[in-house]
Write a protein that binds this ligand. Structure first.
Ligand code: CDP
Length: 804
C-alpha cells in the first residue's frame, strides 16, 4: 500500500495541462440537462416568427396584416414602417455595411425578413405568417458575381453608386470593395519571366456552418427597472450588448446579454440577425418577453453563409521546383449585404495567408467583393476568417504546379517549406509566423502512411484500370496547412472598433476553490474543462475545484467572444496571466506565513516551499485561507485577479494530412480508406479534447469537400434549404481518423499553446479534395471544383473518357 503522496500524485491530482481530463460539461449534455435558448421559458412569454420573401429580388408594393392580426392569439405584426421611427428598420453589419432588418421597399434575397409576427405561441405565430399578404413585383435576379459587375441592374438602391464603401472606392454599383496585399508589379514580373508557371481557376462554393441548434433569442424588457435581458445563441455576447446599446439607446449597464449553452456555432452565431432586433423591439413594445427561434430552413436560407470565393491563381517556379512567385485574384460573392464577420481592416479576412506553409519570395493578392441576390453573411465556418479558402487555394496550386513540373506533390512541398530556422518568418503578404517545424511533421506523416508504398500501389491500380481489371481508381490526398488563429493584436484587429483582446477574472474562495470568468463562450469546445486545466497548473488548485463561467455580460469581464479558434490563443493566455497574478500574491502570503523572504520560496505543483527545504511549505489551499484571515500587514485581503490580454501576435498552428481514397468511376462513390491527421497546436492542454476537435473539424471538412453546398438556381431559389438536400455526414460516411501530433510551442503565448479547433477543417478540405483530384491525375485531371459529390465525380470520370 502506498503511504506517501508523491510529487507525481500531486501533479495527477491537479488534472492540469496535458491531462485528458473528461469533459465536465458532458454530464448535463448527455442527460438532456443542457440549457439552450429554446429551453428558456419566461412567464407571459410571446413568440415571434418571420414572413420571408419567396423571391430573390422584388419590390414590396404593399403588406396587408389585417387577416393576420385578426387571428386569435396574434399580438402584433411588425413591418419596416413600424421600425422606421425607431431607426431600426436597417442595422449596421460587422463589415461596415448596413442591412435591412425588415424589407424596406424591396427584397434582395430569398428568405429575407419581411414582417415579424408576435403571438401567444409558436404555432399561432406560424399560422399568422401565412395570413400576411405581401404584394411583390419581381425584379431581375443576379446570382453570378461576374454578371453582377457587368449588369445595369442596381441591387443596392440605398447606396450612392459612385460613393466609396467602408473599404474604399467602388468600381461599379454592385461592387463592394477591392482589397489588396503584396507587390503586384514585382509578382507579375517574376511570373512573366519564370521557367515554369501553373495556372488554375477554382470556385470554393457557397456552404453553411449549419450548427445543430439554429439561431434564436429571448428578449425580456423590464420596464419597471429599465433593464433589458437578452438570452441568445451569441458567440460574442459582449459585442452583442454593445451593439444592442448603440442601436436601442439603452445604456449598456442596463442590458444583460446571456449566452446559455450553445449547440454549435462554427461562425454562424457571430453576426447580428434581424430576429434578435425584432425580438428586442417586440419585447419593448409589448412589455413581455418575446422568443424567436428560427427553423432549419430559415437557418440555411437566411443566416450567414460561408465561402463563395472564385479564385484565380498563377504560381511560378524553377525547373527544379523552387517556387518563385504567387498571384491570386478573388471575386468574392457577399450576397445582398456585406455582413462578413471579419476584423474591420480585413474585408477578405486573412485570405492573405494564402502563401501557406511555403517560402515564397514574392506574392500578390487582390480581392473584389460583389453584391448578388443571395443571403448575406460570409462567416468563417470553422476557419479563421477565410483561412480555409487561402489554404485550399495554395494546396490546389501546389498540386497543379506538381502536375506542370511532373513532380511528386509531397516532394514539391518539401522543397518549398519554410525551414525551422527561418522562424519567426515574415511572409510575402505580411504575416509574421511565430514558430514551426514543417519538415519534421511532414516526414512523420509520410512515414506513418508509407507514402512510397501508397504511390506504388496507386501506379499498379492505374495499370489495372487501363487493363480493364478494375473500375476503381485510387487517390492520395495530401495537404500541409498553416493556420493563423488568435485574433488578435488590438493594433491589427477590431470588430466595430472594439479591439480583439480577451479576458479572465479569477476569484479564489477561502477554502481553496475558485471561479474564473472569461470573455469567451463555449459552443461545445469544452472550455469549462480545459480552461480549468490551465488554471490548475498555474495556481496549483485541482481543476475539479475551479468553476469556469462564460457568456453572462453581467458577470464576465468584457471579451470579444469565441470564433476563429481565438479562445486558447487569447482568452487562454489571459487565463494563464490572471493565474500568474494570483500566484504572485500567493508567493508573498506563503513567504509571510513561512517567515522567509519572498524570493526564498518557490512554486512546486500545488504549493510554495522554502528553497532548499522542501519540507517547509504552504499549500495553495492553505494560502487561499490565509488570504482571508491572516492578511499581510499593508496588503489587501482576498485572492483575486483579472487579466485583459492583448496578444502580441497571432498563433500559427500547422499540420500534415493524408487521405487515401478509392473511387468507383461508374457510380462516382468515394470510399475513404484511410485518413491520417498530424496536428501541431503547440502546447497541448487536453489531448482528448484536441482529438475531439480534430474529429469534428475533419468531419465538417469531409462534408464541405464531398457534398455540402448552398446552391441557387438562376431565379435565386435556394436549392439546398433542407437537410434532405444539404449534406450533413453521418457515421455512415465518416471514416476512422488516425490522429497524431508534434509539439512546437508558440514563443509568445504564455503557455505556448496555439488554437486547434479550426485546423482540421482548414487542412481537411484540401486533403479530401486533393484525394479526389489525385485519383484522376493519371488520367489527365488538373482541377475540378468542389463539392465532389457522386454526380460531379462521375462527370469528371466521364469527361476524362473513363466511361468509354
Ligand atoms: O476558440 P475555440 O474554443 O473554438 O478554439 P480553440 O482555442 O482551438 O480551442 C478548442 C478546444 O481545444 C478548447 O477546449 C481548448 O482549450 C482546447 N485546446 C487544447 O486543449 N490545447 C490547445 N493547444 C488548443 C486548444
Amino acid at each position: 500500500m502506498k503511504d506517501e503522496i508523491t510529487r507525481e500524485d500531486r501533479v495527477a491530482g491537479l488534472k492540469g495541462m496535458g491531462c485528458s481530463r473528461k469533459r465536465v460539461e458532458d454530464a448535463r449534455f448527455t442527460q438532456g440537462k443542457g440549457n439552450y435558448v429554446d429551453d428558456v421559458k419566461l412567464p407571459g412569454m410571446l413568440h415571434g416568427d418571420f414572413v420571408r420573401s419567396p423571391y430573390a429580388h422584388a419590390r414590396v408594393k404593399s403588406i396587408n396584416i389585417d387577416a393576420a392580426m385578426a387571428l386569435p392569439g396574434v399580438v402584433a405584426v411588425l413591418t419596416a414602417k413600424d421600425l422606421e421611427p425607431l431607426g431600426l428598420h436597417w442595422m449596421p453589419t460587422l463589415a461596415g455595411d448596413k442591412q435591412m432588418v425588415l424589407a424596406d421597399g424591396k427584397v434582395l434575397f430569398q428568405g429575407q425578413e419581411v414582417a415579424f409576427v408576435v403571438a401567444s405561441d409558436r404555432y399561432v405565430a406560424a399560422d399568422a405568417v401565412e395570413l400576411v399578404e405581401v404584394d411583390y413585383e419581381e425584379l431581375e435576379v443576379i446570382v453570378d458575381p461576374f454578371e453582377s459587375l457587368q449588369s445595369d441592374v442596381v441591387l443596392r438602391e440605398d447606396l450612392d453608386p459612385t460613393a466609396p464603401g467602408a473599404h474604399g472606392p467602388r468600381k461599379h454599383h454592385n461592387h463592394i470593395f477591392t482589397w489588396e496585399a503584396g507587390d503586384q508589379e514585382a509578382t507579375e514580373q517574376v511570373i512573366d519571366n519564370a521557367e515554369v508557371v501553373a495556372e488554375a481557376e477554382m470556385y470554393y462554393h457557397r456552404t453553411h456552418p449549419c450548427p445543430l441548434e439554429t439561431c434564436g433569442a429571448v428578449a425580456s424588457m423590464d420596464k419597471v427597472n429599465g433593464k433589458l435581458t437578452v438570452y441568445g445563441t451569441f458567440q460574442a455576447p459582449h459585442v452583442v450588448r454593445t451593439v444592442a446599446s448603440l442601436l436601442s439607446g439603452i445604456e449598456e449597464h442596463n442590458i444583460r446579454v446571456i449566452s446559455p449553452d450553445i449547440g454549435g456555432g462554427f461562425g454562424n452565431k457571430v453576426g447580428v440577425y434581424p430576429g434578435y432586433v425584432c425580438a428586442i423591439v417586440a419585447s419593448i413594445v409589448t412589455g413581455v418577453p418575446v422568443k424567436w427561434v428560427e427553423d432549419r430552413m430559415e437557418n440555411l436560407m437566411s443566416t450567414a453563409f460561408a465561402r463563395d470565393y472564385w479564385m484565380k491563381g498563377k504560381i511560378s517556379a524553377t525547373k527544379e521546383g523552387k517556387i518563385t512567385g504567387l498571384h491570386c485574384h478573388v471575386t468574392a460573392d457577399h450576397g445582398a449585404f456585406d455582413a462578413c464577420a471579419d476584423p474591420t481592416k480585413f474585408p477578405a479576412g486573412f485570405m492573405n495567408i494564402c502563401t501557406g506553409s511555403y517560402d515564397i519570395p514574392v506574392a500578390y493578392l487582390g480581392v473584389d467583393g460583389v453584391y448578388t441576390n443571395k443571403a448575406p453573411g460570409g462567416v468563417s465556418y470553422r476557419c479563421s476568417f477565410r483561412v480555409t479558402e487561402a489554404v485550399y487555394f495554395i494546396e490546389r496550386m501546389i498540386e497543379v504546379l506538381a502536375i506542370e513540373l511532373n513532380m511528386d506533390p509531397a516532394e514539391l512541398r518539401s522543397i518549398n517549406f519554410i525551414k525551422k530556422e527561418q522562424f519567426p518568418y515574415t511572409a510575402a503578404l505580411g504575416w509574421e509566423y511565430d514558430s514551426g517545424d514543417y519538415q519534421t511533421a511532414w516526414d512523420k506523416a509520410l512515414k506513418a502512411v508509407d507514402y512510397k508504398g501508397l504511390r506504388a500501389e496507386q501506379a499498379q491500380r492505374v495499370e489495372d484500370f487501363k487493363a480493364g481489371k478494375t473500375r476503381k481508381v485510387m487517390g492520395i490526398g495530401l495537404s500541409f496547412f498553416t493556420e493563423i488563429v488568435g485574433a488578435g493584436p488590438v493594433k491589427n484587429c477590431d470588430i466595430l472598433g472594439m479591439g480583439m483582446f480577451d479576458s479572465c477574472e479569477i476569484r479564489i474562495h477561502p477554502t481553496g476553490s475558485a471561479v474564473a470568468r472569461l470573455g469567451t463562450i463555449s459552443q461545445g469546445q469544452g472550455h469549462a474543462t480545459t480552461f480549468a486545466q490551465i488554471l490548475a497548473t498555474e495556481i496549483g488548485l485541482s481543476a475539479d475545484s475551479i468553476t469556469i463561467e462564460e457568456g453572462d455580460t453581467d458577470t464576465a469581464p468584457y471579451g470579444l467572444g469565441t470564433y476563429g479558434s481565438r479562445s486558447t490563443p487569447v482568452a487562454g493566455a489571459a487565463t494563464a496571466m490572471a493565474g500568474r497574478k494570483i500566484r504572485a500574491k500567493a508567493q508573498m502570503i506563503a513567504a509571510y506565513l513561512l517567515e522567509v523572504h519572498d524570493d526564498d520560496v518557490e512554486f512546486d505543483v500545488d504549493r510554495f516551499a522554502v528553497k532548499g527545504a522542501p519540507e517547509r511549505f504552504k499549500t495553495m489551499k492553505e494560502i487561499a485561507y490565509a488570504a482571508y484571515n491572516q492578511v499581510i500587514p499593508g496588503l489587501e485581503p482576498g485572492l483575486e485577479a483579472v487579466s485583459y490580454y492583448d496578444p502580441p501576435n497571432m498563433t500559427y498552428p500547422f499540420g500534415a494530412y493524408v487521405c487515401v481514397m478509392d473511387i468507383d468511376v461508374d457510380t462516382g462513390v468515394p470510399e475513404i480508406r484511410r485518413f491520417y491527421a498530424l496536428d501541431d497546436c503547440g502546447t497541448r492542454i487536453n489531448p482528448m479534447v484536441i482529438e475531439g476537435q480534430i474529429h469534428g473539424g475533419l468531419t465538417e471538412a469531409l462534408a464541405v469537400a464531398l457534398g455540402q453546398e448552398i446552391a441557387y438556381d438562376d431565379m435565386g431559389n435556394v436549392k439546398t434549404g433542407t437537410l434532405m438536400d444539404f449534406f450533413l455526414p453521418t457515421a455512415w460516411e465518416v471514416p476512422n481518423y488516425e490522429t497524431d501530433f508534434t509539439v512546437t510551442p508558440s514563443p509568445h503565448h504564455p503557455i505556448g499553446a496555439k488554437g486547434v479547433g479550426e485546423s482540421p477543417h482548414v487542412g481537411g478540405v484540401p486533403c479530401f479534395s486533393n484525394a479526389v483530384q489525385d485519383a484522376f491525375r493519371p488520367f489527365g485531371n488538373r482541377h475540378t471544383n468542389m463539392p465532389h459529390d457522386h454526380w460531379r465525380i462521375w462527370q469528371t470520370a466521364n469527361t476524362l473518357g473513363m466511361h468509354d
